[in-house]
Design a protein around this ligand. Sequence first.
Ligand code: CS2
Length: 464
Amino acid sequence: MIEKTRPQITRSRIAASSPPVRILHLGLGAFHRAHQAWYTSRAEDAADWGIAAFSGRSGSLPDLLAPQGGVFTLVERGAEEDLYEHVTSIVDARAATDRDAYMRYASAPTTAIITLTVTEAGYSLTPTGMPDLNDPLIVRDIGELQRAIISDTLETASPQTTLGRLLLGLEGRRRSGAPAVAIVPCDNIPANGSVLAQALATLANLISPDLAGWLPTGASFVSTSVDRITPRATDDLLDAVQSATGWYDAAPVATEPFSDWTLSGEFPSGRPQWESAGARFVADIGPYESRKLWMLNGAHTLLAASGRLRGHRAVAEAMLDDQCLGHVEAWWDEASHHLAEELDVPAYRDALLKRFANPRIEHSLTQIATDSATKLGVRVAPVARLELAAGRGADAAATAIAAWIASLQLTPQVPDERADDISVAEQSAEPIRELLAIVAPDLATDETFSRRVSEAVDGLTQIL
Ligand code: CS2
């Protein structure tokens, strides 16, 4: 329990204005606050753009932020020093279950943008990026939305999945005649805007022809690549903020100095001048997202497995272990074969080494290991395919997948959306091939690659 020795920070106490809500966010957590909320708060036209943020998996933030009027302290943790600033863009923090408020914001003509940070697994997609029509929650949401729309009882529907919730909000919007909204997914999925557009269109076609017909003009989809390493906040942060700023803050967030936001797509009802806060708008997002997803996130997922196998708890600690570092370097070499020269991969790689080594960012490997089955499919499998197509062995990709398989056997269990599939695979006659099939079904049918993964699992389990 942290002792409250200072007055609590509130919007009025720090004399911050209250911008009108024009952005609706799903997935209020540390990353949203250190990234999109921070960019919005720093934009030149911040006074015009407020955020109403709904919690995702972690439920308590709205209760902590509401008494503060949504404002909080962001602590930028450099290798040597901390910098403190106030983020004031979130003006309404709500629980995921607050359906009425959600519908009000989703249907409001003043809402121009819906952003999302719901994690990769939160989109209920198959490894090929289509909505998972075998997922019981998706099946349930389709039925519930169909019934509510046909019987004109929208207020009774409470879908559970992100796709279902979005479709409910969009149906509300369609009915209210609100102008087109930009939907901006901020999760680590390649072409996230197009993937989400396709997933929503597929489900809308099953739910309601009116909604399906409205979608192409009612919503635009923006693809983004987002980057800022933001571990879960720890209790000592509250003390640090209190003594450094003179305010008690019940919900500060600590993050690294580095940040990147690359976006591509249309904003039919306007947007904040995020570029004035450092965001980058591009025509082709592909190269940026590959560089980030493969080099940073791929290495993270690899370290989460190989580091935990070696008894490490955090990224910076694993980077000091030559074996883990060797795995990461080999992975970076392999991924670099498929990244264009203009992306200046050597400089990006040097920066990553420093970011990962930042000893003051305690980034837990267990946190990163969550949902590794889905993450490997997005972060590692694409490079394996490209390497195999180029006639090479994809050894580093095989090692990354093998490290995950070995960690399933040898380290404490971590939450994974695919846990049921994982235990079925583990009990099958060919567990390694079946586990590989969860990550990437096509790679599991490649005999040579599958054997390579098996050999790497043997290698990893022997040298421990
Ligand atoms: C991490 C990411 O938890 C994870 O899977 O790889 O959250 C990573 O820290 C962010 O994408 C950094 O931008």
